[in-house]
Each structure stands twice: as C-alpha cells, then as structure tokens.
Design a protein around this ligand. Structure first.
Ligand code: SAM
Length: 248
C-alpha cells in the first residue's frame, strides 16, 4: 500500500535512475547512504557498485520487508528509521543519494548541512521549486534562506529536470536533481548561528531594505553602511557572511 504521508513516488523511468547513478559516480566515494530506497528503483544499481560500503535508511515497515525479501544483499544494510532521527551512519566521509520524500525536503537539506564535515557529495531529487531555490543566486526571485544557508557551505550544481511521468504515482509537481559538494574553502562566517539568524531575519521581510529588516541585529552606527540600502535578495552569500562579523 502506498503511503502518501511518506512522500512515496517511485521512479519507474530506468534512464532517470541510471542518470542519477552516473551523476553520483562523477565524484568518487567509498561509503554511500541512500535515503528512502522505497521499492529499490535506485537501490538495485547502488547495492552492486563494486567496493562500496552501502547503507540505506527507510521508515516504511512494508518497504523494509519488501527490500530484504527481494534484495538479500541488503541484509544488515537497512536502517529502519527516519533519516531525520539518525546520526551519520558511517565513520569518516560518505556520499548521500536519494529520490527524497518531498514532504521533508528542507529537513533533509539541513540534515546534510549538519553532517557536512562527513559529506563527500549529495545527489538528490527534489521538487523542482526546492531544487531551484537551493541553486538560486542573488537577484533571482527564488533566492532566499535555503539558497544562502546551503551555498555558504556547499557548491550546488543544478543537474537535470525530471517530468511527472517518470514516477509512479506521478507527483503534482516537476522535479529536479541537484548535487551539493562541500566547499573546499568554506566561506568565512562568525558562526553558523549568526548567519542563520541574519539570513532568516533579512528574508522574513524581503521587500524592505536590509536596514529596516535587520535593524535589531546591529548597533545603529553599523547600519550606516551602504549595503543596508539593498534588499536581502540583492546580497550575495559572501555579503551575508561578511555582515555576520558586524552583528551585535
Ligand atoms: N527511492 C525510491 C524510488 O526512487 O522509487 C523511493 C522514493 S520516494 C519519493 C521516498 C521514499 O522515502 C519512500 O520509500 C518513503 O517511504 C521514504 N521515506 C519517507 N519519509 C522518510 C524518512 N523520514 N526517513 C526515511 N525514509 C523516508
């Protein structure tokens, strides 16, 4: 039985599955975590990659039982939990892949961000709108909190789009696959908390000038800087990062 609450839309287009696996292989890895293997559309390719320590995390009891029955090689490799409730399942660096449940897209993005010290890369399917937001640069109308809080830590590649018909059942929205790779030279910020507070406050009132939107976070003299005449969507990731150092 299909569980809508778990965002279950299974890939039926083999060429899309293969493209995801190919995208994954562009960045070498030894340890791989799949989020939400479901009926194994991607898993069947992943579990046979040579020399890879593979694990997957799936919440649905029925899918876990089905996977174990149909892919005996998965014995001991399935974590039967929510991805949002687990710690990194490997020591050291690992790669993440998934056709993610769209109802928890943002939570998954922030989980990967939390795990970034151990992430080699992530290749994942999201609803197109979320994928576009993650990849958007300043000036783009969908540029926002998620864009800045991912791009401050990751290089984001918008890889390809996927139509509704590639899935069973088809979702109501188009999808897209993105890759995120931790930046080799991370952006210099005062702290994760400063950046997150600044960015969320700035975009919470994205129509206002930055000065009006974030005035509570800075001493009045700091707010004289010309950058505060801009609106949040006009600031680059580097601009936000630099501003964390002048916050109260
Ligand atoms: N990978 C499969 C495919 O492409 O056909 C299934 C993708 S489906 C969009 C999302 C999968 O994530 C489902 O199998 C669902 O049961 C599982 N799932 C939903 N919420 C989850 C969670 N919190 N933790 C782990 N898996 C979850």
């Amino acid at each position: 039985t299909l569980k809508k609450s778990l965002g279950q839309h299974f890939l039926k287009d083999e060429s899309i599955c293969q493209r995801i696996v190919q995208s994954l292989e562009e960045y070498p890895f030894e340890k791989l975590l799949e989020v939400g293997p479901g009926g194994g559309a991607l898993t069947k390719y992943l579990v046979r990659l040579p020399g890879i320590d593979f694990r997957c995390v799936e919440l649905d009891d029925e899918k876990v039982a089905w996977l174990l029955k149909n892919y005996p090689a998965l014995e001991g490799k399935i974590i039967h939990k929510s991805v949002l409730d687990i710690d990194p399942p490997f020591e050291g660096t690992f790669t993440v892949v998934g056709n993610f449940p769209y109802n928890i897209s943002t939570e998954i993005l922030f989980k990967v961000q939390e795990w970034r010290a151990q992430i080699g890369s992530m290749v994942g399917m999201f609803q197109k709108e979320v994928a576009q937001r993650v990849a958007a640069r300043e000036g783009n109308k969908v540029y926002g909190v998620t864009s800045v809080l991912m791009q401050a830590y990751f290089k984001v590649d918008y890889l390809f789009e996927v139509d509704e018909e590639a899935f069973n059942p088809p979702p109501k929205v188009k999808s897209a696959v993105i890759r995120m790779t931790p930046l080799k030279e991370p952006v210099n910020i005062r702290s994760d908390k400063h950046l997150s507070l600044l960015v969320k406050t700035a975009f919470n009132q994205r129509r206002k000038t930055l000065r009006n939107a974030v005035k509570g976070l800075f001493e009045p003299d700091k707010l004289q800087d010309g950058i505060f005449n801009k609106r949040a969507e006009q600031l680059s990731v580097a601009d936000f990062a630099a501003l964390t150092f002048t916050m109260r």
